[in-house]
Design a protein around this ligand. Structure first.
Ligand SMILES: Cc1ncc(COP(=O)(O)O)c(C=O)c1O
Length: 414
């Protein structure tokens, strides 16, 4: 094949293969205990009920399911999504909804609509890698905002300061990206006060908030805090929040199905952006999930997912207490939901290097540096607790504790 490299777009040259996804391939060997991926536990997938729903669609409505659909999404599925949201106190109509091929497509749609080369998106330090990739693929940049020590949201003073500096330097900021519920990678959950403060910041600055909520329903301890979408809706109702939801963590990621909730004028623009990508979301899958949702069994799946993950998260934090060297500079988050926790190491430990040692001992995590675009921090790691069995969690953390203890000994010798 001729070398077409010189013909690629500037955007293509800004697209970076995710080092994390490359590394994940290494960690997928069967004898490695991997806390690296972000996979749900496969035993929560309701295989038989999903099979029955698929059969009903084929028996009753095969020709519709095999035809093109509208870009906005299948009416039956949108009716079910409206009911699902209303049970959580969110009131939406069909014109607030766009069905998408899961949240990752939504991140791309939003970036495509808002970003010109050189624009900025405000996002947390650290934040979800796939959102960073979407932003970079439109040659845009990130204005990174640290979280408070209490890990309850952005450091608002830092936000105000960085925002003012960026505006004074002539930077164009287009939106604010946040994952308020059990953030990927660190498991942080925003307090009500911080959610309201960010909403007020959005009102003042005229910026939209992109609220990414894949883990919102996976709260296994405590009571839910209203989403920013809800707070806006129940308050000033200015329509500044774009909320992304997905079936990936509440049902099964292989469905590749999610939805965007936003003001109707924004949804219309997203529809046009999506048309150039795929015309419409997979019609069969939409009808299949609508049929499944009509059985009323999704709530039960979410409840049992929460319970499983509560037990696994507790197992992991207990194992960390048992096996990690006992030092003030080794800490971890204890999230009340989601799939991940975040471990911070002493500043002399570089987790990119530690990972190679860990893989030798047949245990893997994701080094934290991949979750920053600018000035990465090098002494943290993301650990997934949803996928491994309880025995693997105990054994894997034990191996990791030994790797960390060795790294500390080596540092002390040097
Ligand atoms: C914060 C966040 N947003 C979006 C996604 C993408 O999810 P989906 O499977 O819905 O595309 C993920 C996946 O892990 C995620 O963690």
């Amino acid at each position: 094949m001729p070398d077409f490299g010189s013909l690629f777009s500037a955007n293509a040259n800004n697209m970076k293969a995710s080092t994390i996804r490359e590394l994940l391939k290494l960690t997928q060997k069967p004898d490695i205990i991997s806390f690296a991926g972000g996979l749900p536990a496969p035993d929560v997938f309701p295989v038989e009920d999903l099979r029955a729903a698929a059969n009903i669609v084929f028996d009753r409505d095969a020709r519709k399911a095999l035809q093109y659909g509208t870009t906005e999404g299948d009416d039956g599925l949108r009716d079910e999504l409206i009911k699902f949201e209303s049970k959580q106190g969110v009131t939406i109509k069909k014109d607030n909804l766009l069905v998408v091929s899961a949240s990752q497509q939504a991140l791309d749609i939003v970036a495509k609509l808002f970003l010109d080369p050189g624009d900025y998106v405000i996002a947390g330090r650290p934040t979800y890698l796939g959102a960073l990739q979407a932003i970079q693929s439109y040659s845009a940049k990130v204005l990174g905002i640290p979280f408070t020590d209490a890990q309850d949201g952005f450091d608002m003073q830092a936000l105000e300061k960085r925002y003012a500096e960026a505006i004074a330097a002539g930077k164009k900021i287009k939106y604010i990206y946040v994952i308020p519920d059990f953030q990927n990678p660190a498991g942080f959950c925003w307090s009500l006060e911080k959610r309201q403060a960010l909403l007020d910041f959005a009102y003042e600055t005229g910026l939209p908030i992109l609220e990414d909520s894949p883990y919102r329903e996976i709260r296994f301890i405590g009571d839910p805090i209203p989403s920013m979408f809800q707070l806006d809706q129940d308050g000033a109702n200015k329509g500044v929040v774009i909320n992304l939801k997905t079936f990936s963590k509440i049902l099964a990621p292989g469905t590749r199905m999610g939805w965007i909730m936003a003001a109707p004028a924004l949804i219309s623009k997203f529809v046009v952006a999506k048309q150039a990508m795929d015309l419409c979301t997979n019609v069969f899958t939409q009808m299949w999930l609508a049929e499944y949702m009509r059985t009323g069994k999704l709530d039960g799946v979410i409840a049992s997912t929460r319970e499983k993950y509560r037990v696994k998260r507790t197992m992991m934090t207990d194992a960390l207490r048992k096996y990690m060297p006992n030092r003030d500079d080794i800490r971890w988050t204890e999230p009340e939901g989601g799939l991940f926790l975040w471990v911070t190491m002493p500043s002399f430990i570089d987790t990119d290097k530690l990972l190679l040692k860990a893989i030798e001992r047949k245990v893997a995590f994701v080094a934290g540096s991949g979750f920053y675009i600018d000035e990465p921090e090098h002494n943290s790691m993301r650990m997934n607790f949803s996928y491994s069995s309880l025995d693997q969690i105990e054994e894997g953390v034990k191996r990791l504790g030994a790797v960390v203890a060795e790294a500390i000994r080596e540092h002390e010798k040097a």
